[in-house]
Design a protein around this ligand. Structure first.
Ligand code: FES
Length: 111
């Protein structure tokens, strides 16, 4: 199990949940009531699942694909440790993961 901590845009604790190995972070976040739309349902077309990963945890995640990086380049409020929650599967050996909600999300499916 992974203990996932969700922080609001200001860095305050919003929710803390236990998630099963293999769970997709976007699904865990939505089940915990986090404001991630996930409009394209993981097709890497919207960036409304953008989260900012705690720097210590960021290094423990598998790196983003080139396509994910490209979409993050267009996401509002992206930082060095930004990721798309639809692309993060919780590994069995990941004990904890802390992510923060960005300021706003930009839906790339709406132009
Ligand atoms: Fe659209 Fe993640 S849900 S990019």
């Amino acid at each position: 199990m992974t203990r996932v901590r969700f922080l609001d845009t200001g860095g305050g604790l919003s929710a803390e949940v236990e998630a099963a190995p293999g769970a997709r972070l976007l699904d865990v976040a939505q089940a915990a009531g986090q404001p991630l739309e996930g409009t394209c349902e993981g097709q890497m077309a919207c960036s409304t699942c953008h989260v900012i990963v705690d720097p210590a945890d960021f290094a423990r995640l598998p790196p983003a694909s080139e396509m994910e990086e490209d979409l993050l380049d267009l996401a509002a409020h992206a930082t060095r440790t930004s990721r798309l929650a639809c692309q993060i599967m919780l590994a069995p050996d990941l004990a904890t993961l802390t992510v923060r909600m960005p300021g706003t999300a930009r839906d790339m499916t709406r132009r």
